[in-house]
Structures are given as structure tokens and as C-alpha cells.
Write a protein that binds this ligand. Structure first.
Ligand SMILES: Nc1ncnc2c1ncn2[C@@H]1O[C@H](COP(=O)(O)OP(=O)(O)O)[C@@H](O)[C@H]1O
Ligand SMILES: [Mg+2]
Length: 253
């Protein structure tokens, strides 16, 4: 059984948000997770690493939550080598900062160097909608991550599929679970198709703050509480350390 105790030193964690597919909600989830965690742990213990040239996370968070650290390290084919190394250094150093959480928003696209970097994390959040157009590449992505883990004989990172843009009222994820049953993944709490989030980038962070986005607030709050318990609180390690752990546990709610 491969183990990697150093991942748990001091409780420091690096969380990657990744998928080959663009538009599945990676940047949105990175931003909202950081904000939700800032209600639970000291904001100075949270760093968001924005690797997307579009600076979505950087721009939003600098206005909405300036107390959260943001590092802008774009990973594009042109900058790839330098900035992948910088992100790598950052997350290595992060392991020695007690209680610190690094959230890495990654760009879409498939590069082996990027997957190798993502594989150094403690967990990977993989947002996807339930449409085939997203699920199909998501499965391929999970397969690539499984291969990297197998190649290095690692049990980390934990892979967490995050159903996103889910129609209101849908509570049944058995089709998704069935499709992912041969992979070593966990299905996290669903995020609904939220009108306020859909228009997220049109407006400014200030406008978002002023609105009463009750549905969005409740979904991201629940997501933050899931991450606090299962990732920061290491419940996932407990699930995985049981030999009889069922495949794709669905720890929703
Ligand atoms: N839960 C959601 N409900 C509705 N729209 C969403 C949701 N999550 C993301 N979006 C929208 O989907 C689009 C893509 O999201 P984004 O976070 O930029 O994806 P990615 O970073 O994966 O490319 C954006 O317009 C965003 O507002
Ligand atoms: Mg993005």
C-alpha cells in the first residue's frame, strides 16, 4: 500500500482545481472555495495560485477578499517551464507552513508537465457538468491522473469530482457514479446551476457582494464545509485507509 505521510505534515494542504475541459467552473470554484474557507480558517493561511492567463481569480479576489493571498503565475505554453517550477516550489514550501492551504486554479488543456504538477497535490477538485461533452473528457482526465499516480506508486492526490451547474432539484448522481465506478474517485457535493454565478464575470466583485445570492451562498458554504471536513480534516484519508473502502464514495451533505 503506497503511503505518503509527508502530505499530512503540519496539516498543510495543496488543493488543485483541474480538468482538461475549459468552462467547467474551475476558476469559479477556486474563488468561491477560497472565500468559503476564509470564513472557517484565518485568511492569512489561504493562498490562491492563479495560473490562468485570464487572471480571473486574481482580479475577483483582489477586490472581494484582499486579505486572501493571491499569486499570479500564468501557465501557458510560452511560460510553462518557468512557472510550473515556481508553482511546484510554492506548494513544496507550503508543506512546511502549518495549517496553510494553497488552492491552485489551473488552465484548461492537456500537458503532461501540468498533470505531473497536479499529481503533487494533496487533492484535485475536478468540476464537471453532467453533460457528455464534459463527462467524456473528465473521464479521460481522471484516467491520466490515475496513470500518473500508478507510475509513481502514490495514493495521493485524492481525486474529487465536483458536479457543477446541476439543474435545481436534481439529487440523484447514480448515473455519474456508475460511469466513474472503475476510477478511484470521490464525488463531492453538487453545485447547482446558479444564475448569479453565470453572470459572475459580467459584473464586478462589488456587485456580487451587494446582491443577495442566497442559493449560491448556501451551495458554496456547503462545499466549503465539505472541504474543511474531508480534506483539511483528513476524513478522506480515513476513508481511503480502510481496506474495504467502497469505490467512489459519495460523501454529499
Ligand atoms: N455553478 C454554476 N452555475 C452557473 N454558472 C456557472 C457555475 N459555475 C461556473 N459557471 C459559469 O461557467 C462559466 C465558466 O466558468 P469558469 O469558472 O470560468 O470555468 P473554467 O475556469 O473551468 O474555464 C462562467 O461563465 C461561470 O460564470
Ligand atoms: Mg479558468
Amino acid at each position: 500500500m503506497p503511503s505518503n505521510k509527508s502530505k499530512n505534515l503540519n496539516g498543510a494542504k495543496s488543493i488543485f482545481v483541474a480538468n482538461v475541459k475549459g468552462g467547467v467552473g474551475k476558476s469559479t470554484l477556486s474563488i468561491m472555495l477560497a472565500r468559503s474557507l476564509a470564513d472557517r480558517i484565518p485568511a492569512q493561511n489561504i493562498t490562491v495560485i492563479d495560473t490562468d492567463l485570464q487572471r480571473t481569480a486574481t482580479e475577483f479576489l483582489s477586490k472581494s477578499n484582499p486579505e486572501i493571498n493571491v499569486e499570479f503565475l500564468p501557465i501557458t505554453p510560452a511560460f510553462e517551464n518557468t512557472n510550473i517550477s515556481l508553482v511546484q516550489q510554492f506548494i513544496k514550501q507550503n508543506e512546511f507552513r502549518p495549517g496553510h492551504v494553497a488552492i491552485v486554479d489551473t488552465p484548461a488543456g492537456s500537458s503532461q508537465r501540468l498533470w505531473n504538477l497536479v499529481a503533487e497535490g494533496y487533492c484535485v477538485l475536478i468540476p464537471t457538468t453532467l453533460s457528455n461533452a464534459d463527462l467524456y473528457p473528465t473521464e479521460n482526465f481522471i484516467r491520466s491522473m490515475d496513470k500518473v499516480k500508478a507510475r509513481y506508486g502514490k495514493s495521493y492526490p485524492h481525486l474529487i469530482v465536483c458536479p457543477n451547474k446541476i439543474p435545481f432539484g436534481q439529487k440523484d448522481f447514480s448515473l455519474m457514479a456508475e460511469r466513474l465506478k472503475n476510477h478511484d474517485v470521490v464525488i463531492g457535493p453538487a453545485l447547482r446551476d446558479l444564475a448569479s454565478v453565470r453572470h459572475f464575470y459580467n459584473g464586478k466583485a462589488e456587485n456580487w457582494e451587494n446582491k443577495t445570492n442566497t442559493n449560491a451562498q448556501s451551495d458554496f458554504k456547503q462545499f466549503g464545509s465539505f472541504i474543511e471536513k474531508f480534506v483539511l480534516g483528513e476524513e478522506l484519508d480515513k476513508i481511503y485507509s480502510k481496506n474495504n473502502a467502497p469505490k467512489n464514495v459519495v460523501p454529499i451533505r
